[in-house]
Design a protein around this ligand. Structure first.
Ligand code: SAM
Length: 232
């Protein structure tokens, strides 16, 4: 049984894709999609031995060794030309880690630019949208959902002939999410607002403390000088 988050990610994977799931952990997503017959082939990539073994076990348990290949590799190094990958999922990590994985893969030509990307950053969505924009990707779909009191975003992107120059605001909020302004979206940004207000109040308090300390030091300096003058 997939989590609500991974189920939603799976819904964005196009039918009949050849999928690379990078950072697959237990390979739950590829196993579920192959079992549903939504996709004929998947590659599960893992950089850590423990999750790599869990992924292999899960694939074996479901008798899917023919359809799912599990590889121990860093990011998109798991992808080989012969895999003919058409969709890539990278989920459950920070946006900057997903960005680093995409960037390394891009530089090593592990991505050919025709794959559909389905990304689910836990935080740092803006960083990821910035990378996508710079590399000519268009954001096709976005979603936001809540599970176990955590709010997750999903970003679906592909390279298109015409580039879209997203605004800073669109990169922060998501060009599609900001238009929909769903209840969960509002809940997320209420939380983010509170956090930022809290940090700002703390900074103001620290600035006030610093000012008081400066005044005290100035007072003491002039008192010391006065005493020293009296002595001489
Ligand atoms: N994708 C699954 C999900 O969304 O539920 C698992 C998420 S889990 C929190 C993140 C996984 O990514 C871990 O198993 C970790 O070992 C793997 N990972 C982190 N960096 C990676 C990299 N550079 N290449 C491949 N896997 C990586």
């Amino acid at each position: 049984q997939l989590s609500k988050r991974l189920k939603r990610v799976g819904e964005f994977v196009p039918e009949q894709s050849r999928l690379a799931d990078i950072g697959s952990d237990h390979a739950y997503l590829p196993v579920a999609l192959v079992l549903q017959s939504k996709i004929p082939f998947a590659l599960a990539g893992e950089v850590v031995k423990g999750p790599f073994e869990s992924a292999k076990k899960q694939v074996r348990k479901n008798g899917l060794e023919q359809q799912i290949t599990v590889r121990l590799a860093d990011g998109l190094d798991a992808v080989e030309k012969a895999d003919e990958i058409t969709a890539v999922t990278i989920c459950g990590m920070g946006g900057s880690l997903i960005r680093d994985i995409l960037d390394a893969g891009w530089n090593k030509q592990r991505l050919n630019g025709t794959e559909q990307l389905i990304l689910q950053p836990n935080i740092g969505e803006k960083t990821l949208r910035e990378w996508l924009t710079v590399h000519g990707y268009t954001i096709l779909e976005e979603d936001i959902l809540e599970e176990n009191n955590k709010i997750y975003e999903i970003i679906v992107a592909a390279r298109k002939a015409t580039r879209i120059a997203y605004t800073e605001k669109e990169k922060l909020f998501g060009p599609i999410l900001i238009q929909q302004r769903s209840t969960i979206f509002q809940k997320k940004w209420q939380r983010e607002l509170k956090q930022r207000e809290h940090i700002l109040a703390q900074l103001a308090q620290a600035a006030g403390d610093q000012e008081a300390r400066q005044e005290q030091l100035k007072r003491e300096i002039s008192e010391i000088k006065e005493v020293l003058v009296d002595e001489s």
